[in-house]
Every structure is written in structure tokens, then in C-alpha cells.
Design a protein around this ligand. Sequence first.
Ligand SMILES: [Zn+2]
Length: 268
Amino acid sequence: MPELPEVETTVRGLEKVLLGRRIERVEARRADLRRSFPHDLGQRLTGSRVAGLGRRGKYGLIDTDRGDTLVFHLGMSGKWRLDPAELGPHDHLLLATDERRSVVLNDPRRFGSVDLIETAKLDQWGPLSAMGPEPTELDAAQLHSKLRGRSAPIKALLLDQRVAAGLGNIYVCEALHRAKIHPRRAAGRISLAAIKRLVPAIRDVIEEAIAAGGSTLRDYARPDGELGYFSKRFAVYDREGKGCACGSPVRRIVQGGRSTFYCARCQH
Ligand SMILES: [Zn+2]
């Protein structure tokens, strides 16, 4: 499942093909993913020029010079393919540029989404309107006061998009391990000193993953290059029973229906 660093890497890969280019052709090859494609997608995008690309949480953003933003979410299995030689059954949306290049949204499970929103109203658009700060831009004092009085486990609250936008299960596990905070700790009872370890830990695990993805970007120049997934090394995530760096075995518990990996010796 693509997490925030994959979305960021995807946006940077799309940028190389799309930025400044005119979109000459838009081909929606089905009517919907998780929800319908906008009915006027082709009409509003065709002939526009791509003015900028960005990301908010796990949403990728493609701005046009007509004041629209194409907002995409990769869901469970989405990825963009660059300049595919031919299209397959899971290629759902194609954008072709004036340089005869193309990008294709591929999503076998179809939990992704594509929306077209007026750029000026993006902040008020439903999924983005209540979003908290980017995980790399959290402030320790603000996070500490936001968590005050909350009895839910810190693990659960860090997955709440209102607390941090797009911070997924993998990076919450890794950041809590790096900050030496037990995932079951009541969020409101974590000291400011511990939050001051947590905030840079979150920023670092995200930035390291983006850097790892970025280092594979050169491979994307090949035909049929795919954006969206890259292998990463984790300290605790998906390592149940294997050794933490301290030598103690990594444990797995289930919180809110999702696996949490942690080290009982390192995290308190
Ligand atoms: Zn340990």
C-alpha cells in the first residue's frame, strides 16, 4: 500500500514528465475508481498546461493553468506508469503531453480516486479541509497541547489525519520506536520532552524514506517505468520475532485492527 513517501516520490517522477507541458489528450478508460471520475475531466484538462505539482497528506496534486487541480489518491494499489508501450486492463486514466509522452494511472484494486477541484478552493475541499499539518512540519509544543487530555493510545492518534496528514502505519511504528515511546501509552500523558523526541523522529523516518525513493528515480526514465513503490528497510515494522538493534525480539500487537510492531525493551 503506497504511503506518504511513495506519493511524494510519485509526484516528483510525474513532475519530470508533466511540468510545463500541455496536456493534449485525456483518456478515461472506465467511469470510476473508488468514486466516479469527474464527468468533465477531459474537457477541463485537454489543452491546459501543467503549472505545478505537489502533495498534501497522501493526495497528489497536479495544477493546471486554468485554475484546476487534479487530485489523485493511490488507494491500496495505485501507481502511475510513465510512457507505457501498451495499455493493460488496470490502466484507467491516460494523460498525453505535447512532447508525445504519457502518464497512466494503473490501479488493479481500484481503491484510488481522481478529482478535479478549483485550485483556489482546494483547502476547503472535504478530504483536505480537516487535515492536520504535514508530518514533516509538526511542532512539538503544538502537538503536545493537541494531545493533552486524550486517553487514546499514541499509536492511534498519530494515524488520525487531523493530528498529522498522511502519516501511515509503517512510519508511526518506526517513529515511535526511534523516539522510544511505547505505542500503547495514553497520548495525553506523554511528556513534552518525549514529544520533542517524537517530532524529529517522525520527520526523519519520512525524509529518509523519500530520499530512498528518490534515489531510485533514475530508473523511471526507462519505458514502462512505474512510479509508486520502492523497498525500504525498517527497524521494527513487519519484523515480529526478529531482533531489534538492542537484541530484544520485536513484538507485534493489534491496535484498532492494525498491526503495531515495537520493542518492549526500548519503548516505554
Ligand atoms: Zn530494542
